[in-house]
Design a protein around this ligand. Structure first.
Ligand SMILES: O=C(O)CCC(=O)C(=O)O
Ligand SMILES: [Fe+2]
Length: 218
């Protein structure tokens, strides 16, 4: 086999030109998002709801892409979190330098990641049904003392290749800190690293309430 290399620029040039086009991803993490009383009530609530959690899937139904459990109906806490998100949204939009948009719909779900669970690299608005999602939020909570490790959220930087946004190799690593919430653009590629939870007890899981602020159609 012959490999013609004479037209290839030197490697250093490739690396430099790739770096120039990298668009760093921005995210915002706010600590102590709920009061300690609300946080405690939420933990108690999820433990009572264990039997109502179902296995997760992805919109493309790909096997081995996502492993976790989800609860779709949790009216009281969904209302609480949405109210608090609406209150900080102007600050989030400002800090992340997102062009202003109007929203009248914020989705929410409650997830539990236990031993070996993960979510491989994806974005949150890549299908026709999800295309109105602008901002992703993830509220993290767990029991103290913490009984799992891993489960970090990696948010990849972007680059433009052939007029499309694709993920760069570089990323920001977000610790799923207890009672903190993270906001970032839904189009960013991101992944959840595997959780290690030796006890496998549901109450020891890495819990989230997460969802998406959708742009209104005008
Ligand atoms: O749990 C997380 O940190 C992120 C979850 C996520 O990416 C999703 O549900 O789309
Ligand atoms: Fe996601």
């Amino acid at each position: 086999m012959t490999i013609e290399a004479q037209n290839c620029p030197p490697t250093t040039d490739i690396v430099e030109s790739e770096n120039i086009n990298i668009l760093p991803s921005k995210y915002l993490q706010i600590d102590n998002f709920l009061t300690s009383e609300e946080h405690q009530q939420l933990l108690q609530y999820v433990c009572q709801q264990e039997a109502n959690f179902v296995n997760t899937s992805t919109s493309t139904n790909e096997v081995n892409y996502r492993q976790s459990k989800v609860l779709y109906y949790f009216p009281d806490f969904s209302q609480l979190i949405l109210q608090k998100i609406e209150a900080v949204l102007p600050e989030v939009i400002d800090k992340l330098a997102i062009p202003a948009f109007t929203s009248n719909y914020i989705e929410s779900q409650l997830t539990a990641h236990n031993d070996g669970n993960y979510y491989k690299i994806h974005n949150d608005n890549g299908s026709p049904e999800t295309s109105l999602r602008e901002i992703t939020y993830v509220y993290y909570f767990h029991q103290e003392p913490k009984n799992f490790s891993g489960g970090e959220l990696l948010i990849y930087d972007s680059k433009i290749a052939n007029s499309f946004y694709v993920n760069a190799d570089s990323f920001q690593k977000v610790e799923p800190r207890n009672n903190s919430i993270v906001f970032f653009l839904s189009r960013y590629m991101h992944e959840v690293l595997p959780v290690v939870c030796p006890s496998r007890v549901f109450a020891d899981s890495r819990f989230t309430i997460n969802g998406w602020v959708n742009r209104s159609v005008v």
